[in-house]
Design a protein around this ligand. Structure first.
Ligand code: UD1
Length: 417
């Protein structure tokens, strides 16, 4: 087991390059199995969620070739065997094999997915979508068997604009007979990346990125190539670090429009940032203003940046509010920020944060991926040494985070315990 140790108070200078989006990659990798042929995916981030997907793909007898960040998946010998619980629970995105295998083989056996403990994380909207396409879902304990004689197009209204359900229904619908319309679809940019990949394979999808997606089913999908878009959440995390500790810190390889909601809040807070093409340059300022942030579906303020943002709010002078609205348990990091000296009052999912607080390094635990990232932010600004335990959560979604931060001057290391 390892822990992350940070000596706080050192400025961050130099360049951090953003990798491929975790939430795109974890959908694009299973999507490759829909093709009858070889798919190439470029700019795949080196995260442990990727490795967990590889394990499932190998179980299904598909071949993976990897050359740095480019992977090739050959699914020509795919065997549609049940996916064990041990593999399903390794990550949330294992649920994408439901849509993919149902679409291609009209049958899938898989267990309830895993993922961070940020809420109950039901999959009822996914299953309702599959049923609308003609599938029968049976559940025995945690195992789902989803089968159909034939999938047919349908008009599906999502009860909530769920990212996972939107993508999963697209996966099944690309091989259904007839046209499927998804209403109240999620609009996250990762969905456009996935739809582009499927269209390159020969799918007929329009409207991705809007609240109505239309999918005309096709009989066959061929191998194709796609590049994973830059990770707007990884970018946002480092941007927030730059706001706290930057000394001409450059975060490069971003798509600024994907982070508009974040930049709007940074402007309100008086953060010193300058966008230059696909980069942003940040400098620490001592006169940050408080603000109120509510997480929303895209293009609103992303729930995945709410926890890192809360650390910036501890450094603004005055009272800020950070309210989470998507996940019912995305507050696990607050007790640790309090332990470090932050003045935070929690009322359900609403945190009232009084700044500016001096944070002091101590022993703390990551409780989930983005909460863990928030604790790294806290460690970077704290006085003294911060040790973060349960860091597997963090490594699931941030590639080479220790190196990326060390390279710009952070005193951060991984230590065996
Ligand atoms: C994805 C992202 C995650 C991000 C989230 C919201 C991936 C792998 N993960 O998760 O980082 O935080 O979008 O932007 O892409 N819900 C239901 N029933 C369902 C599905 C969802 O009630 O069948 C609810 C959830 O409990 C949650 C909300 O809808 O309250 C959002 O979930 P969803 O958009 O599906 O998130 P994920 O796709 O799992």
């Amino acid at each position: 087991m390892e822990r992350i140790v940070i000596k706080g108070g050192f400025p961050l200078s130099g360049t951090i390059t953003i990798g491929g989006a975790k939430n795109s990659a974890v959908a694009l990798i299973p999507a490759a199995l829909l093709a009858d042929g070889v798919c190439t995916i470029k700019n795949v981030p080196n995260i442990t969620d990727r490795d967990a997907l590889f394990e499932i793909i190998r179980l299904l007898n598909c071949d993976i070739k990897q050359n740095d960040k480019t992977i090739e998946i050959d699914s020509t010998k795919l065997e549609n065997v049940p996916i064990s619980e041990a593999l399903s629970v390794k990550l949330r995105a294992s649920y994408y094999f439901m849509g993919v295998l149902l679409g291609k083989y009209k049958h899938v056996e898989i267990y309830f997915p895993g993922g961070c403990n940020i809420g109950t994380r039901p999959i009822d909207i996914h299953l309702k979508g599959f049923k609308a396409l003609g599938a029968k879902v049976t559940k025995s304990k945690h195992k789902y068997t989803i089968s159909a004689e034939e999938l047919h197009g349908a008009n599906i209204n999502l009860a909530f604009a769920s990212v996972g359900a939107t993508i999963n229904i697209m996966f099944a619908a690309v091989r259904a007979k007839g046209t499927t319309i998804i209403n109240n679809a999620a609009k996250e940019v990762e969905i456009i990346n996935v739809a582009d990949f499927l269209n390159k394979m020969g799918a007929k999808i329009t409207g991705a990125g809007t609240e109505m997606i239309t999918i005309e089913g096709v009989d066959h999908l061929n191998g194709a190539e796609i590049e994973v878009i830059p990770d707007r959440i990884e970018a946002g995390t480092y941007i927030l670090m730059g706001a706290l500790m930057g000394k001409d810190l450059k975060v490069e390889g971003i798509v600024p429009e994907h982070n508009e909601a974040l930049f709007e809040k940074l402007t309100e807070m008086n953060v010193d940032y300058k966008i230059e093409g696909n980069s942003v340059i940040l400098n620490k300022r001592d006169d940050l203003k408080p603000t109120n942030v509510t997480t929303e579906v895209y293009p609103g303020f992303p729930t995945d940046l709410g926890q890192p943002m809360s650390v910036l709010l501890t450094q603004a002078k005055g009272t800020s509010i950070m309210e989470e609205t998507i996940w019912e348990n995305r507050i696990g990091h607050y007790p640790y920020l309090q332990k470090m000296g932050a003045k935070i009052k929690l009322d359900g999912l609403k945190a009232t944060i009084k700044g500016k607080s001096k944070l002091i390094g101590t022993d703390i635990n990551a409780t989930d991926l983005r909460g863990g990232a928030a604790l790294i932010l806290a460690g970077l600004i704290a006085e003294g040494t911060t040790s973060i335990y349960d860091i597997d959560y963090i490594l699931r979604g941030y590639e080479n985070i220790i190196n990326k931060l060390s390279n710009v001057g952070a005193k951060i290391s991984l230590e065996e315990i």
